[in-house]
Design a protein around this ligand. Sequence first.
Ligand SMILES: [Mg+2]
Length: 218
Amino acid sequence: MPAVLPEDLAQFDWVARSSRPLIVCDVDEVVLEFVTPFIAYLDHKGLELRPSSFRLHGNVYRRDDGTPVSDRDISASIEAFFVEQHDWQTPVASAAETLAALKRHADIVFLTAMPPRHFAVRRALLDAHDMSYPMIATEDEKGTVLHLIHGDRDTKVVFIDDIFHNLHSVRDRLPNAFLINLMANDTFRALAPHPGEKVAMAKDWNETRDLILEFLEN
Ligand SMILES: [Mg+2]
């Protein structure tokens, strides 16, 4: 499948014509591990994440002299990590099997907040782990993107993400969407504030599956 840039959302016009429910699923920390392999990547570069709050910026230090790493350098490390993601990121437990089972009940689309220039390497990585669902890579607001592809249909929509800003963005544009907060990394999940009203919380894909099936059946 070719790279999908935000202006190419016409490729997703099949969604608005479908009568099936729609599951829109984030990638990092939801179907691919991000925090855990990023900590390993930082370690490989002589850096250490000390998770004292629910963020990467401000929590990374140089191992040799203990000095903090600037926000700009952390952002550069994330960018470099995305370039090499295929060597580091692994699937979240049970993600592929659960999505394969849910495919019988709903259309599935990945919506990843990543610069579109990394589309091809992420596409190949997901394909290699049997998660070949159509993917949009964009840094636009997820609520805006989801509203564009879903339109004003009455069909049920599920949105799964680890970042509250994204969940709230979808809640603002699609008030009837069923929102699930899922985050693979135990340490960061424990540090996270409550995701807010109308957001269900799941600690793993088994809980996510049960929540989705209950929502789709009612
Ligand atoms: Mg994520």
